[in-house]
Write a protein that binds this ligand. Sequence first.
Ligand SMILES: O=C(O)CCC(=O)C(=O)O
Length: 276
Amino acid sequence: MSTLRVALVQLHGCPTKKENITNAITQIRLAKERGARLIILPECFNSPYSTAEFARNAEEIPRGETSVALARVAAETGVYLVGGTYPEREGTKLYNTCPVFGPKGELLCKYRKMHLFDIDIPGRCTFRESAALTAGDQLATFTIGSLKIGLGICWDKRFAELTACYRQLGCDMMIFPSAFDTYTGPLHWDLLGRARALDNQMFVALVSPARDETAGYVAYGYSLLSDPWGRVLCRAKEVQETVFADIDLKMCEEIKQQIPVLRQKRTDLYELKAKQ
Ligand SMILES: O=C(O)CCC(=O)C(=O)O
């Protein structure tokens, strides 16, 4: 395998959880028909992105209805499916969790958002995810052949150290199901995606819900995939659509030889350490 077709599935929100799941399944099947082997859904795709809604829509992973439906469609289509995120319940705690299903429908890993989205830009965007959710404390990776992939969720991409830790684990790709808002989106979305790609010499995929001006939280859209050079290989617009990129797995090795910054780090003077 020297290239891998990746589909970024930007979904619009539907009135009910059931309809969101059905819409996702339809788009996954269509992406598979167009040759995708790795399919990625957006953050909080099965419910409104709202601290008031998380508890109502939360489910156990992988026993809940969303996971069961995603596992089934992953097995039916034989793809690697990054199930966006949805609220997870474990005991009394709620998490914002990204599960990954393999081609047999097996749960390969799940990642719980480590940095919770607490923002306060008066008059523009205020959100306090930590009022409803507990932060995760584990990195999560999976592999497709020789490609090792790390997971983060939205706000996590602002923490350069997190992606750098995944780099240390040997990841050549990061996936961030996300939902930037329409104030930070135009300013930071591309910049953060491309910066994480360039400074870690990895592919980086950001997958957003489609924009809905009537929603309580209006997501930015513009899902994109950057290559390790910081070049955007595909980018959605604002509406529901799926965009594709064929990623060349040799590119990470080539750029590491050509621009050897990863080898030139002065670890005698500074160091990054994952504590787990
Ligand atoms: O980083 C941002 O500006 C937005 C983050 C966000 O929407 C999230 O973490 O869900």
